[in-house]
Write a protein that binds this ligand. Structure first.
Ligand SMILES: [Mn+2]
Length: 419
């Protein structure tokens, strides 16, 4: 039974050979206490088997106390020095792999992208396949040293050339527990942030936000990081069927627990049944800056972006975490998402907005969540998701290059004739 559990856990199964599985053999369902008796004895706890070697999720990460048999640094696992989207071993943007904090430090890594394949919180399962979809989502553009990317708006700025980007592998997740997953994700994100690299989490459902933001504020300071959050949903419900942490409650937890101050929280693109009147009262009480979709419709994306940047400028904190739930987009653009809401943003509103905040703000972490390839039998959703992530990273690269205009367009790209 324990072996099949490990097999189901996937990531955990890979590591199980490295740990003592002796305890598993002691477990015999014929002689153990009935699970129903455990549930009824303590309904407020999830009984877990202490002899199961896969129980302690953070112990399933590679031991990085020493990097054996190699010099630390990013490891390029590609056969060729570049190629097309059809080619290569799928890593995020075909970036080299890093396995340990020593690799990030030795390689002076700017961006460490982490997959977090959790979909416990989305009743509609499939967002757990988001990270792998994003790794394989680029179908047309080349990668690597032989054909650097030029951006269609900002010119010859290829974020992969400007920033040192790695694929940091996947966080361990427990398919049956948001809470236990949060602990394992927090561990990995904090490990990255402590090296000075920017952790970028690709989900996975939005329950990840709690672990992601707490990890970043643990490193950069409680109340010292602002959050810019694109989402159709406000994600601040107090409880859902008694659960404190779901993909609809992280914002409530982050603000009420003091990790992020309400007045440092900016939401863009709200477009669903919630928030209700009580929720709105909580948001106003905490000074949350929220912008519904109608505001984007009425003012236009650029005006809204200018206002958001002005708010960030006046906030008194300089470090910013970006949270992109792809359901801020209309499902016409990306039908594969956890909780689609018709009437959302267009890609031509969202993309320049993502770039602008990346240019204007000191980004200390980001996440892109809720990509669900299983509800889109085309490749549209993952293609859009890859491009959205690329826009966020392009903004960070432009800032590193010294560009300060959040709406920068390469002068050559502005020209529409030969003269
Ligand atoms: Mn959402």
């Amino acid at each position: 039974m324990i072996r099949s559990l490990a097999a189901t856990l996937g990531v955990a199964a890979l590591a199980v050979g490295a740990v003592d599985v002796h305890g598993a053999e002691e477990f015999d369902t014929r002689t153990e206490k009935p699970v129903m008796d455990l549930f009824r004895a303590n309904p407020d706890s999830i009984p877990l088997e202490p002899r199961d070697p896969t129980r302690n999720l953070t112990e399933l990460y590679r031991d990085c106390s020493k990097v054996e048999g190699r010099d630390p640094g990013p490891i390029d696992i590609q056969r060729t020095i570049g190629g097309t989207g059809k080619m290569g071993i799928p890593t995020f943007f075909r970036a080299p792999v890093a396995l340990c904090p020593q690799d990030l430090k030795a390689g002076e890594v700017d961006i460490a992208i982490i997959g977090a394949p959790v979909d416990t919180s989305t009743g509609m399962r499939g967002t757990g396949f988001g990270p792998m979809a994003v790794r394989t989502g680029e179908t047309t553009l080349p990668w690597g040293e032989i054909l650097p990317l030029a951006h269609p708006t900002v010119g010859d700025i290829d974020f992969m050339q400007v920033l040192k980007v790695v694929d940091y592998g996947d966080a361990v997740v427990d398919n049956w527990s948001v809470e236990r997953t949060a602990v394992a994700v927090h561990h990995l994100v904090k490990e990255v942030a402590e090296t000075g690299a920017i952790p970028v989490v690709v989900g996975g459902d939005h329950s990840l936000m709690y672990a992601d933001v707490v990890a970043v504020t643990d490193v950069h300071g409680k109340g010292k990081v602002a959050v810019v959050h694109w989402d159709a949903h406000f994600d601040g419900i107090p409880l859902l069927f008694g659960h404190y942490l779901t993909h609809g409650a992280m914002v409530r937890r982050l603000i009420d627990e003091g990790h992020v101050k309400g007045e440092h929280f900016i939401q863009i693109g709200l477009n669903s049944a919630k928030p209700g009147a009580d929720d709105m009262a909580w948001m106003r009480r905490n000074g949350v800056k929220f912008r519904f979709m109608h505001e984007v419709d009425e003012k236009g994306w650029r005006k809204v972006t200018e206002e958001v940047l002005a708010e960030l400028n006046d906030m008194g904190v300089t470090k910013v975490f970006l949270s992109l739930d792809t359901d801020v987009l209309d499902p016409a653009y990306a039908p594969g998402m956890g909780t689609p809401e018709p009437g959302g943003m267009t890609i031509r509103e969202l993309f320049p907005m993502l770039r602008a905040v990346g240019i204007a703000a000191d980004i200390v972490g980001m996440e892109m969540v809720e990509v669900n390839p299983l509800t889109d039998n085309t490749y549209r959703s993952k293609l859009v998701a890859v491009r959205a992530l690329r826009e966020m990273l392009t903004g960070v690269a432009m800032r590193k290059k010294g560009i300060t205009d959040p709406f920068y367009v390469d002068p050559d790209w502005k020209q529409h004739s030969g003269k």
